[in-house]
Design a protein around this ligand. Sequence first.
Ligand code: ADP
Length: 589
Amino acid sequence: MSIDANAQGESVSASDIPSHSERPDMPAPPAPAGGDGISRRDYEELRAYVNQLERYNIQLENRLSAYTVVSEDVTAAIAESAPELEDTLRNMIGRLAQIMQAEKAVFMLLDEAEQALIAQKPAHGLTEREIKVFRAGSSEGISGEVFVTGSPVAVPSARDDARWESDVVVLLRVRDSLTVPLIVTRKDDIPKKIGVLHVLNKLRPGGFNDEDTHLLTNLARQLTALIQNTRIFQNLFEEKTELETTLQHMAIGVLVLDHDRRILLTNPIAERIMGVKFTEASGKLLEDAVKGEKLRDLMLKTFEDGTPGSGEIVIHSPEETIFQVQTVGGGLGTDVGVVTTFTDITRIKLLERMKTEFVSTVSHELRTPLTSIKGFTSTLLADEAGDFDAEARREFYGIIDEECDRLTRLISDLLTISRIEAGKALELKMESMQMKPLCIRVVERYRNATDTHVLEEHVPDDLPALIADKDKLDQVITNLIGNAIKYSPKGGTITLSGSKTDDQVTISITDQGMGIPPEHLDKIFDKFHRVENSDARQQEGAGIGLYLVKHLVKAHGGDVWVESTPGEGSTFFFTIPIPKTMAGAGAKS
Ligand code: ADP
């Protein structure tokens, strides 16, 4: 029998070198020569046989070592991270093709939603586009058959086998193929088919044989393990990244200690509070990483007795920030660490403080007119003898009347605020109105009330008519002029101006008063916000006027803002949109 070891050697399995009876394709030993010595011919034959065996052995060793490398890679990769696993997968597919002496190797995984087997990257000998288009129904063609039956199939000529779709044969240039299933088997679990593995185009003549099937089935097992691990790692990696991203962007600070009191995890807010970066703090003992004594004690206590703790800490970096700290977990003797969360409660605290101040300011604001009303009423009642003449009485009644108005305004402001707070829309009585007469009216009202200020009104005559709630806009202008007067205690000119663009009317109120420090400009329209300097504090107020102005203007679809220079004065602006039908139409005088 003449055998080409080169052609046949590749079908050796990775397990044992088979005996000749098992492997008819192995060179047969020459028949023993009759007689004593061996003849020259016998010797030549024996020599050729030994040579063939040697070559055969080298090939076997090569394949075995490649196989071992694959196995070792799989074992090592299982303990590795996702990107390394992917590299290992790529290497494995390459080596697998090499071991199988196949031109191409590609695996397909089941897409449960589509019920299709879809070719996956990495593949060997296929272009990206070929991988992309190679897919089959989960029970279609050669891939589907192997997937459904779970048994390997070798096809010696793909062109003549109907199970290979002709366009795939053309696309992937498939000559012959060997396909095995990818089956996950876990202890105490039903084996689960996840896909198939194809090796295509045997590089040596003879096609894929039973030995190849046996070998590829073994390799497929390792490939499956690797795919599963890659999937698990990918999922874990994605979850971890998601968790890390969430943690990084969380509005609360998080610090996790392991059961040895060492820093396991932090996010930027927690790092800011502790004043250290995670890279520096990671793995450090709580006592070494956390400087604040109060914070440390809180965590240590939870660590020791396992009871949740809470407290407040103040950080100056550079602005004062108040954090509510909560600790959970712990308990000595357990292997549970401690999770600490930090919630910024600066605003809540500020609101609490403002509310307390508000209650006292409002009480004061209510008491002032009441005291005045009570005083004048008592005086008038006590004047049985008629000591006060008609003019004096009229003046007293006038003051009582004004103070009643002031009370009514304050109470109605408070009611409006509670409506806004309850999320109820402001009720607007929308009607066609002119801005100019309204501005004149409010300015006139104030001219009578101050003799230290000059009030000027420069609202153009030709402003278009607006659709608005006249009373509410009166309230807005009244508030703004009232403030202009109140916060210009030394007097000065207060100017009311107006202008228009295509779609809105802008009204501005300028004073020459104390002005507003820049850091208060964006908070001035918040409820209860008052500038905390001695000049402003001397003026009475509840800090709700501008809050109402903002809501009233916004309810009309307009905007409000302020420009101010401390010590020089402020200008408040507000806009009201011009209704589409009125745009371009000037006021009729
Ligand atoms: P208040 O009742 O305190 O006047 P506002 O809401 O009307 O409440 O105003 C909020 C704060 O804005 C005031 O306390 C004051 O500090 C500041 N402010 C308002 N208007 C002016 C102004 N024209 N000039 C300077 N400061 C002003």
